[in-house]
Ligand binder design. Structure first.
Ligand code: FAD
Ligand code: DHB
Length: 392
């Protein structure tokens, strides 16, 4: 049987960053990932890094490429009723966000991990967790070569996302789940073209929400609200561009630049939280414990925020036998999680058009949008949540 201090399930932002934090403190960890390296490095997902996320990556010496290639943004536009309204993030909060693809962060973290000489067990199949309520939990799996393996740990970190094995390994009745689904999904595309605007545009239109974002000066990232039952086959490139052009239409100077679509996907929208984020010696972090609809750009940032607490708490246990920080882990994380849940719900319900929306809801959305862009207090509230609230 193999032995490590922390068994980490999942090589997404949460698992990889935790492995690095632990490495810098001299704690041994093994990372198991169900997919291949190529797959995780090319999975197109989040794009917005809160200033707190960027700060942590810089502190750990992991932000060289992010600082070179990331796009700092001091504001974004709320577009509705054919007009743009800028939310001046930097002016309102003194802080900004950075647009840098999640898969770029994942690439940087994988490179940093491999540079330490400690690998990642990619393509780990049949991962199963055992003895979680004891002080020596175990992980079993079949490795990429087909060999059955077993790892004894002091602690397991469940960083395996919403569909992972960690959360379902906790016995029924232990967790309380809070679940909310929305009657929307996002169709996301990556387009080989210069972005049509320097800043992000969150557009609310009668036909539904649309988002204009980017990855680089040559690559635009665009999203359309669609029905959750929609299939990609129904969306030809021409239909996608037509719909984007309609939803981004505005009185004033704006041309939607088109280009070849190199990636298309549909993601359902959901809010989900489990409490507590712990069972015995298993600690959940990131999407394995909570997900948010993407409108507030919080998912990856929350995963990073969890790990920022979990890393030092594990160090306290494993170095000084002090379990107090781990005992507070779930409660402290959940405070930030629920704030982000509310913010994401707020952004989602303000900007999306429900399928049969009644005129009352429509009026409320407009009122909220107008208030947000006309009151410094309301705009500041949105901005401070968007850039990332400070840690207490
Ligand atoms: P994941 O990134 O899901 O990583 C989990 C890893 O575990 C995966 O690599 C998976 O393959 C692996 N795994 C799963 N099961 C097993 C198993 N049984 N054994 C071993 N490994 C396993 N967030 C933002 O902050 N800003 C945004 O702008 C944003 N936009 C988004 C846009 C879209 C379209 C989507 C889909 C998401 C967006 N998010 C955004 C959310 C963000 O991508 C996630 O919250 C983030 O990936 C969570 O990181 P994680 O490490 O917890 O989980
Ligand atoms: C992106 C994704 C989001 O969910 C968001 O709110 C802003 C930007 C992006 O992928 O660039």
């Amino acid at each position: 049987m193999e032995r490590t201090q922390v068994g980490i399930v999942g090589a997404g932002p949460a698992g990889l960053l935790l492995a690095h934090l632990l490495y810098t403190e001299g704690i041994d960890a093994v990372v198991l990932e169900a997919r291949s390296r190529e797959y995780v490095e090319n999975r197109v997902r989040a794009g917005v890094c809160e200033h707190t996320t960027v700060g942590l990556l810089r502190d750990l010496g992991l932000a060289d490429r992010l600082d070179r290639e990331g796009l700092p943004h001091g504001g974004f536009s709320l577009r509705f009723d054919r007009a743009d309204h800028r939310i001046d993030l930097a002016g309102l909060t003194g802080k900004s966000i950075t647009v840098y693809g999640q898969q770029e962060i994942v690439k940087d973290l994988i490179a940093a991990r491999l540079a330490t000489g400690r690998g990642i067990e990619f393509e780990a199949a049949d991962v199963a967790l055992h003895d979680l309520e004891t002080e020596t939990p175990r992980i079993t799996w079949t490795d990429a070569g087909g060999t059955a393996r077993e790892l004894r740990c002091d602690v397991i970190a469940g960083c395996d996302g919403f569909h992972g094995v960690s959360r379902p390994s906790i016995p029924a009745g232990v967790l309380t789940a809070y679940d909310h689904t929305y009657p929307f999904a996002w169709l996301g595309v990556l387009a080989r073209t210069a972005p049509s605007s320097e800043e992000l545009i969150y557009a609310r239109h009668e036909r539904g929400f649309a988002l204009h974002s980017m990855r680089s000066p040559e690559l635009a990232r665009l999203y359309l609200q669609v029905d959750p039952t929609e299939r990609l086959d129904n969306w030809s490139d021409a239909r996608i561009w037509d719909e984007l052009a309609t939803r981004f239409s505005v009185d004033g100077d704006f041309t939607l630049r088109e280009g070849a679509l190199v990636e298309k996907s549909i993601t359902p929208m959901r809010s989900f939280v489990v409490e507590p984020m712990r069972y015995g010696r298993l600690f959940l972090a990131g999407d394995s414990a909570h997900i948010v609809p993407p409108t507030g750009a919080k998912g990856m940032n929350l995963a990073v925020a969890d790990v920022r607490r979990l890393g030092p708490a594990l160090v306290a246990l494993l170095r000084k036998n002090d379990s107090r920080p781990l005992d507070c882990y779930s409660e402290q994380c959940l405070r930030r999680v629920w704030r982000a849940e509310h913010f994401s719900y707020f952004m989602t319900t303000m900007l999306h058009r429900a399928p049969n929306a009644d005129p009352f809801t429509d009026r409320l959305q407009h009122s909220q949008l107008r208030y947000t862009v006309s009151s410094a207090a309301a705009a500041t509230s949105l901005a401070e949540n968007y850039v990332g609230l400070p840690f207490d």
